[in-house]
Design a protein around this ligand. Structure first.
Ligand SMILES: [Mg+2]
Length: 222
């Protein structure tokens, strides 16, 4: 099997959080609470209902803005020789997202890795969180969500996990996981793709070295 680098979408290469916050803010009344943390917390029902309405709008998923640092990391993986495979959770309640995630990849992943693969995954009801992602092979896994990373590492003790730096990811520190700067997001352009990529490379020499090692190590090697 070729050397595969698995990439999550939301929060890794597609800016789900910023878009959702911005859309929620547009329909917030002056008396509504401001939403801070959106993951792993119980939100009021009326907010959940608004989120559902936002996410079921046609084209919402297909038009999420890209996260430049995640795409820079993908370019680095391609340059080293990795095959890119997108590994993304299919939302349970928004089936249109399954198709639109593929459309998003056609737009943003194809220019970087034209021969990429994709798995839209979901574990069955009552199964272990992240089990769907954990089933997939790769030498490298890039994901922003600790439970998914853990589920993958459970099956890949020699795998290399990469996570964008965040409060959440800093609390989670298995030895196989390295962090990278989430960097500038869409709309804060540093200029050309080449300039942006050069900056990313300059900021992450250790991570690039770890990727080279993950690519070239023999099957029996740590
Ligand atoms: Mg994610």
């Amino acid at each position: 099997m070729s050397n595969i680098a698995l990439f999550d979408m939301d929060g890794t290469i597609a800016d789900y959080d910023s878009q959702l916050r911005s859309d929620l803010a547009q329909i917030r009344s002056p008396d509504d609470a401001i939403i801070g943390q959106m993951h792993g917390v119980d939100l009021p029902d009326y907010i959940e209902n608004r989120i559902d309405l936002i996410k079921t709008q046609k084209g919402w998923w297909a038009n999420l803005p890209p996260i430049l640092a995640g795409l820079d990391l993908m370019r680095c993986c391609v340059d080293i020789g990795f095959s890119i495979h997108i590994l993304t959770q299919g939302p349970k309640r928004t089936k249109s997202a399954w198709t639109e995630k593929c459309e998003w990849c056609e737009k943003f992943v194809t220019p970087i890795a034209p021969d990429y693969g994709i798995s839209v995954t979901r574990e069955g009801e009552g199964r272990k969180k992240g089990e769907g992602k954990g089933l997939h092979y790769g030498r490298v896994f890039v994901d922003d969500y600790a439970p998914y990373m853990q589920a993958w590492l459970d099956h890949r003790p020699r795998g290399l996990g990469l996570m964008p730096m965040s409060h959440e990811s800093l609390r989670f520190s298995p030895r196989q996981v390295l962090r990278y700067q989430p960097g500038l997001r869409y709309g804060n352009s540093l200029g050309t793709v080449e300039n942006h990529l050069a900056k990313f490379r300059e900021q992450h020499p250790d991570l690039l070295q770890a990727l080279e090692h993950a690519y070239s190590r023999g099957d029996g090697e740590e």
